[in-house]
Design a protein around this ligand. Structure first.
Ligand code: PLP
Length: 463
């Protein structure tokens, strides 16, 4: 599609001393190099002449010359456009073949993008723009806007039982950003190590390692993280997923919650509670945030990535008091601040009840998907963990296919799925599995995507 340019959008490498022939050559060069692709609208002769500080006749002469050479198309009464295609940018003689994107995807960690509440977001944006004072367009508070921190504190207290307070709430740009800030602060405080659940998502472990911490693992069983293993490590901090262990899907049992809190209070350790999908529990037994048991030892970490969209890059921390200033200092040191307008829109959604409405609808939709998926799967393949979240893990039977065979079979069916392997810190070839993100397909694609999964499982002899 041709762009409509204002005169100031056109940059030409023109040395004035070369006169009109030099200006013509500068324009030719811009077309030849494809900097001005076919169809590009050029400024009017009047506008370009004004910008360049030359007589209008000079630009007219240049346009006419290039039109005669076939570079431009001029027509009385309409804009002048580039009429030819320049040389393609130099490319390798044999460009690498990128494999076609899979037709179906069950990759975990992503909500259904087609369910993003565009209308709610648009009307909240309109309300924000109509009511925000001019100061809303200033550099935002490094902690996040006061409106969002207050709205989050109310929402988290109400929906997740967090002991929230706007003064200890900090808005971040996603969980990896939050982990990076926390790891930086812990490192500055003399920590050398941080523990993650084994298995867990590698990206967050990598971020902590990049911040200078040694990463160690504590195992997980059906009651959640093994606190006994954690106690044997030297780590003064642990990142855990109590509501819905990622990826295995277990919930941290009450006794284990108490044990974890005892570990933190007894050792002066810090627990980072990654509540990435806490809103999506389907069995009507929601468990409140661990943070409420020990708000001075537990960092609560939430995100908009599952409820709304990862593209927003909005997440939040509710911090123990003694971590607030260090985390803000670490944040200020990076020069990053959460974009204010998006924060105000999210605050508006939270305060108006629109966010709750959206989450309720998504919860019902994802619950139904999980039920439909389980009904379709063979009896022998039952997921680990509780009925919650946006994904489930199907353990592979002993003597069954390898994870590589699963990936290859899925690729043949044009299906993208995840496997357990890369989540383990200590390789567990005996604990193989498929991580199925059932939330991601658009609703109309869900049934065919499940059929692609079933066909893959059949190919592998698993049905
Ligand atoms: C275990 C876990 N924690 C946290 C997150 C949220 O990360 P972010 O806020 O960076 O999107 C995800 C998203 O995939 C996740 O899977």
């Amino acid at each position: 599609m041709a762009k409509s340019w204002s005169s100031s959008d056109l940059h030409l490498d023109w040395d004035r001393s070369t006169g009109w022939p030099g200006l013509a050559e500068a324009l030719r060069a811009a077309v030849r190099s494809n900097r001005l692709p076919h169809g590009t609208a050029l400024p009017s002769t009047r506008a370009l002449a004004q910008d360049l500080g030359v007589a209008r006749g000079t630009v007219t002469k240049v346009y006419e010359q290039l039109a005669a050479e076939g570079y431009l198309r001029t027509q009385q009464g309409s804009v002048t456009r580039v009429a030819t295609t320049g040389a393609p940018p130099s490319s390798p003689p044999h460009p690498a073949r990128t494999p076609p994107a899979p037709r179906w995807t069950l990759l975990p960690g992503r909500p259904d993008f087609s369910s993003f509440p565009r209308a709610l977001w648009a009307s909240a944006t309109r309300r924000v723009l109509q009511t925000a004072p001019p100061s809303a367009f200033d550099y935002p508070d490094v902690r996040g806007t006061a409106e969002l921190r207050a709205a989050l504190a109310r929402y988290l207290a109400r929906s997740r039982g967090v002991l929230a307070d706007p003064e200890r709430t900090v808005v971040c740009g996603g969980h990896a950003h939050a982990v990076s800030l926390l790891a930086t602060v812990l490192r500055e405080r003399g920590a050398g190590e941080i523990a993650f659940e084994d298995p867990s998502l590698p990206i967050f472990r990598d971020v902590a390692a990049t911040a200078g911490l040694r990463v160690t693992g504590a195992g997980v069983d059906a009651d959640g993280v093994l606190v006994a293993e954690l106690s044997e490590l030297d780590a003064p901090a642990a990142v855990v997923t109590p509501a819905h262990q990622y990826p295995l899907g277990h919930t941290l049992a009450p006794a284990r919650r108490a044990e974890l809190v005892r570990w933190a209070t007894g050792s002066g350790g810090v627990v980072v509670e990654d509540d990435y999908d806490g809103e999506f529990r389907f069995d009507r037994q929601p468990v409140g945030a661990l943070q409420a048991l020990a708000p001075e030892r537990v960092v609560y970490a939430g995100t908009a990535s599952k409820t709304l969209a990862p593209a927003l890059r909005l997440s939040w921390l509710v911090l123990p008091r003694d971590l607030v200033d260090p985390v803000l200092a670490a944040m200020a040191g990076t020069g990053w601040r959460a974009p204010a307008l998006e924060q105000l829109v999210l605050a508006e959604l939270l305060d108006s009840g629109a966010y709750d409405l959206h989450v309720r609808r998504r919860r019902a939709a994802y619950r139904s998907r999980r039920d439909r998926l389980l009904a379709a799967l063979p009896e022998a393949l039952r997921p680990t963990g509780i009925s919650a979240g946006l994904h489930l893990v199907l353990p592979l039977p002993a003597g069954g296919p390898t994870e590589e065979e699963v990936q290859a079979a899925a690729t043949r069916r044009s299906l993208a799925v995840e496997v357990l392997g890369r989540h383990w810190m200590r390789p567990r070839p005996d604990r193989r599995g498929i991580v199925v993100g059932y939330a991601h397909p658009a609703e109309h694609a869900f049934a065919p995507t499940v059929r692609a999964l079933l066909a893959t499982l059949a190919d592998l002899g698993l049905t």
